[in-house]
Design a protein around this ligand. Structure first.
Ligand code: ADP
Length: 446
């Protein structure tokens, strides 16, 4: 509307100046000269108007237009209105940003927004405190400020599946859990949380479980000893105590198994991964496990096949790997009905090597699959106890694999059987030909 008025005003002014100049020129007998002079004056007025606009813009629209007349006053009113609108929006935006900052600073976690090149866009008060960042660090690459190599590798990898626990840069305390959340176009939000208390609690829990398990070992051994002596005494073995003694022996040996597994699990959780560089001749180990599985199967007469690649060994902890592999093989025997087929396979895979145990047993409903590796998680606790399970087997398998940089995959369908696969990365593979010492065992095929 105002633009329209401006246009009309300018062209109207031009017509008026030309008409008046021509009229005066006609009177004085110099129409051309007068028209040129009029147009010159008109152009001069326009240039002055432009100069005035420039000064006004340069003053940040602060200085009131002193020579705003005609077109200038129309323009000034228009600009002033737009500027007021802009200032009010800017004010609202400042309020919003202020409120957002207050909310972000109230969050106890440290929040750091990183751009697509890993430079710090902003951070909250929590990040200033936990990661020791300062306002002056904004715009700098995170790698220039935080030197922890684990943290930097984690941020670069952008792995969102598991948080990283690191010590506070430069101090060692508190312990921080770091998570990365991607957002926008290539930006990342780094969330740092103080988990010292949680870690201490977790440590106390592990110590407690480990101590209780240790303390239970001796009384259980004494109890088992007495019960065995009683069962061997012919009078008691035949009398009315025979059944209770048998049941007590069964229960104490179950408790011993649980204590053994609990101790192993707490060792896997608390001990620093050590001795993970033994050369493990997996094919030989699997052949022995198959023998044990046949013995466990006993009258159930499962068909246990073993197909293993003799040229594939691993570097790792022999006892831990034996424990993990036995657990999944013995589970297959326990949870597969008599006469069922169990197939063990040790072979190279796309990413390294894998040990898979496939059975045609009862299978596991899909809803349970994610929780199977939790301690004492059972699909059917009655059946597990009956089968002699402690409820800790798959938790042990998971921890052993984590320590070896591997992972456990579970595929199962109810009524169709299950497949448990232990995946190992290529850097764990050892080729027997490169190892000095005993020759690899002969190929074992079931
Ligand atoms: P448990 O000592 O009870 O066997 P695990 O941790 O080894 O404990 O296994 C957890 C649960 O997973 C078991 O209770 C069982 O219900 C289920 N499970 C494990 N392996 C199999 C299998 N091969 N077939 C069917 N169910 C299985």
């Amino acid at each position: 509307m105002t633009v329209h008025r401006l246009w009309l005003g300018t062209s109207g002014g031009l017509v008026l100046v030309s008409a008046v100049s021509l009229a005066i020129g006609w009177i004085v007998g110099q129409p051309a000269m007068c028209l040129v002079a009029g147009l010159f004056l008109f152009a001069f007025a326009q240039v002055r108007l432009l100069a005035w606009i420039e000064r006004w813009v340069e003053s940040g629209f602060q200085r009131e237009p002193d020579s705003a007349f005609g077109l200038g006053s129309i323009l000034a009113a228009r600009v002033r209105r737009a500027f007021r609108k802009f200032r009010s929006r800017e004010h609202q935006l400042e309020l919003l940003v202020g409120r957002f900052r207050e909310a972000a600073d109230a969050v106890p976690e440290g929040l750091v927004a990183l751009d697509e090149h890993g430079r710090i866009l902003w951070c909250n008060a929590g990040a200033e405190q936990l990661l020791e960042l300062q306002a002056s660090d904004i715009g700098q690459p995170l790698g220039n400020i935080v030197r922890d190599p684990d943290l930097l590798a984690y941020v670069r990898a952008g792995d969102l599946s598991n948080p990283l626990v690191v010590s506070q840069p430069g101090h060692g305390q508190p312990l921080l859990s770091i998570r990365i959340v991607p957002y926008g176009a290539g930006q990342q939000l780094l969330i740092a949380e103080d988990v010292t208390r949680l870690q201490r609690l977790e440590h106390t829990r592990r110590q407690f479980v480990s101590n209780v398990s240790h303390e239970l070992r001796t009384p259980l051994t004494v109890l088992t000893g007495y019960l065995e002596t009683m069962s061997e005494s012919s009078a008691m073995a035949r009398g009315r105590w025979a059944k209770p003694i048998r049941q007590m022996i069964a229960q104490t040996s179950r408790m011993q198994e649980i204590v053994k597994d609990l101790l192993l699990l707490s060792r896997l959780e608390t001990d620093a991964p050590a001795d993970l560089d033994q050369v493990v001749a997996v094919p030989g180990m699997l052949a022995a496990i198959r023998e044990d599985a046949n013995a466990l199967s006993g009258e159930k007469q499962h068909h246990i096949e073993l197909d293993s690649d003799n040229q594939l060994w691993l570097s790792g902890s022999e006892s831990e790997l034996r424990s993990a592999f036995s657990n999944i093989v013995f589970n297959a025997v326990r949870y597969t009905p008599a006469g069922g087929r169990i197939r063990l396979q040790w072979a190279a895979s796309e990413h390294g090597a894998q040990f898979s145990v496939e059975d045609d047993g009862a299978g596991i409903p899909r809803s349970h699959l994610d929780r199977l590796t939790e301690r004492f998680y059972r699909v059917d606790s009655g059946r597990s106890r009956q089968a002699g399970g402690t409820g800790l087997g798959l938790a042990i398998v998971k921890h052993v694999l984590i320590r070896h940089g591997g992972r456990l995959e579970i595929r199962s369908e109810q009524g169709r059987g299950s497949t448990f696969v232990c995946h190992f990365s290529a850097d764990r593979i050892v080729h027997p030909a490169r190892v000095r010492g005993p020759a690899p065992p002969a190929a074992t095929t079931g």
